[in-house]
Write a protein that binds this ligand. Sequence first.
Ligand code: AMP
Length: 217
Amino acid sequence: MRVVLLGKPGSGKGTQARRIAKNANIPTLSTGDLIRQAIKTGSELGKQFRAYTDKGALVPDDLVLAIIEERLDKDDCKNGFLLDGFPRTIPQAEALERWLKEHGAPLDCALNINVPDSALVERAVGRRFCPQDGSSYHVKFAPPQVEGLCDQCGAALEQRNDDRADVVMARVEEYNNKTAPLVNFYKSRRLLVEVDGVGTPKDVGVRIDKAMECSPT
Ligand code: AMP
């Protein structure tokens, strides 16, 4: 199965990506994670990435394409993958389309998780994650048992640098300007599957599984 996941910052994309990929036994390829890993190493490329992510701007297409194509070429992608946060622009979607064609590996669908803009900031700003095991929480909607500590391993939870309200608003604006056109891009290719992303992760998961059984519109 090869799936593209679309959704604004705070739409629950990462949570659903991990769940779908686990059930389908395919890797999740998150360009956001790849970019954060590069930033953590302190490399020259990481420094370039940080200049964009800190202000909520998209990283230029050529840099993103270089890291995702390297990842797609790995062996674990042979039986499928779920793309979380890629593509985010029309040129990225066209580059992916070329890669898929060259590899004889068509997409099954592009899943779009819809959440109104008014709910996104609260959802993103309250997010916390465990730096040890990657598990995710929300201070209001999915709090840990002990405030600030991971339920699984007890590590101190952290907040992403770009989950501050002003940066989230900039990220939503970038999405509306540059990523939203992908909805029509995938609709025109009859690959789009739309899902309502309002509700608990469990409710949204049930809707996604149902929608993915049906053919895209
Ligand atoms: P995410 O974890 O998907 O929310 O991505 C975090 C940040 O990484 C974004 O705000 C962008 O600055 C950058 N980023 C992630 N994926 C892409 C992409 N496909 N194109 C451009 N920038 C990206």
